[in-house]
Write a protein that binds this ligand. Structure first.
Ligand code: GDP
Length: 432
């Protein structure tokens, strides 16, 4: 296996940059860069030189002998003055060593997984952690990185393996009728796992939203102040604000941090009867978007909040805009004025309070489609299992349990399918 290297810091200038090297041939590096070998795990200042013995930098070197390292392999870190130019010089030297190459996306983490330092959910969480931008994203990813989801998966797996062993024992003694008590116990345990799995599917929506943002859609007639509100909220001019009716034709998405919750705000086409084809499509999309939203803000600058009927589980909030021109005294309606900056904090508070109620208060959330698909397949197999007569067809029952064990095992440990691994790690940045 090649020895890999990559910058572990950003590509811009900074006080310090770090290059990380991982693999078998780390011990060759002192000779290559002409410095005295360092003690393991002791940060040591060394002058490093290129292959023509010209100085590159005075760098801090740390050598971590494997397997107790981030990748499970020998690792060396170069901490040097943060110029992209120095970085390039070090890269040039490393690239010339036989068996050394630049790491691919996520390759450090992939090696950590293959060497058993992390399981797959932890590796995914590491990526989420590095990408986290809000408090809730940080909390979810750090708990998954610490193994919250791994533990839950492991518990399910242990329970399924236990059921499987009971069943195998029964198959060996299949001459006798299964005692009722054992059958009852078996079904009870199967149902318990099944219910937990169903519950985790329900909660997975929250995990997915924490990663990708809760969806809030703004609906209302043209000119009621939809774009103005979004602009005001994001403090950037992201949507065109204009006095001409019907300018926001398509859906505009803005990602924001609402007191720790990631929120994707959708500004939609103004709802009105129109002959324009483009506008009609825009309105249809707006309605479609609203249906799949966690919250819908219905905006109006008068008393008319009418809008197309929506089949949605999302919470609707009525917002009266331009309240500087006149208030609507109704406790169920939020009065806001973007012009005067009034009522908006209260609106945000109501949104955040609602998002808080969605929190299932569970650390071990399924956060990816990959996890959800595996649990759904397991649920199907468990449902089938409950319809199997254990006295008549115990082999079929154990086949179903094997499917479940494999599916949920894959959540933490796909070992033999290179394609799946590539798919997972290719979403990482280089250097992770
Ligand atoms: P949209 O078509 O619903 O996106 O509406 P816009 O955000 O483009 O706003 C339409 C018009 O209403 C613009 O002229 C805005 O300046 C005006 N407007 C927006 N918010 C307020 C407000 O709080 N008070 C007043 N007086 N005018 C507003």
């Amino acid at each position: 296996m090649d020895t890999i290297f990559s910058s572990a810091s950003s590509s811009q200038k900074s006080a310090i940059k770090i290059i990380r090297v991982s693999g078998r041939k780390i011990e060759a590096l002192p000779k290559v860069f002409s410095f005295k070998p360092t003690q393991p795990r002791v940060a040591s200042l060394r002058k490093i030189y290129d292959l023509d013995k010209k100085i590159i930098d005075n760098a801090l070197i740390i050598f971590f002998p494997g397997p107790a390292t981030v990748t499970g392999e020998d690792v060396m870190e170069f901490h040097f003055h943060g110029s992209p130019f120095i970085e390039k010089k070090i890269y040039d030297v490393l690239a010339k060593i036989k068996g050394f190459r630049i790491a691919r996306r996520g390759e450090f983490t992939k090696r950590a997984f293959l060497n058993g330092v992390l399981d797959l959910t932890q590796a995914e969480a590491l990526n989420d952690l590095i990408n986290s931008e809000t408090e809730s994203q940080f909390q979810l990813s750090i708990s998954q990185y610490e193994g919250a989801l791994s533990k839950k998966i492991q518990t399910w797996r242990n329970e399924v393996v236990y059921l499987l062993s009971r069943l195998e024992a029964l198959i060996d003694f299949s001459d006798e009728e299964l005692p009722k008590k054992i059958e009852k116990d078996f079904n009870f345990k199967t149902l318990k796992i099944l219910n937990e799995m169903k519950n985790s599917i329900k909660q997975s929506n929250y995990g997915e939203r924490i990663r990708n943002g809760f969806i809030i859609t703004i609906l209302g007639r043209p000119n009621v102040g939809k774009s103005s509100l979004i602009n005001h909220l994001s403090e950037k001019k992201v949507a065109i604000v204009t006095e001409e009716a019907g300018t926001t034709r398509d859906i505009l998405e803005v990602m924001m941090d609402f007191e720790g919750f990631p929120v994707v705000l959708n500004d939609t086409a103004g709802l009105r009867n129109t002959k324009s084809k483009v506008e009609k499509i825009g309105i249809e999309r707006a309605i479609e978007k609203a249906k799949n939203s966690d919250m819908i803000l219905v905006l109006s600058d008068n008393e008319d909040f009418s809008h197309p009927r929506l089949k949605t589980l999302g919470k609707k909030i009525l917002v009266h805009t331009k309240s500087d021109l006149g208030m609507l005294p109704n406790k169920d309606i939020f009065n806001i004025s973007v012009k005067r900056n009034t009522g908006i904090d209260e609106l945000i508070e109501a949104i955040v309070n609602y998002l808080r109620t969605l929190d299932p208060k569970e650390e071990a959330l399924l956060t990816r489609k990959r996890h959800i698909d595996a649990v759904k397949k397991s649920i199907d197999a468990m449902n089938d299992l409950l319809n199997i007569n254990l006295n008549v067809n115990p082999e079929l029952a154990s086949e179903n349990l094997r499917i479940v064990a494999k599916e949920i095992g894959n959540i933490t440990n796909v070992i033999d399918v290179e394609e799946i691994l590539d798919d997972i790690f290719s979403s990482f940045c280089i250097g992770k």
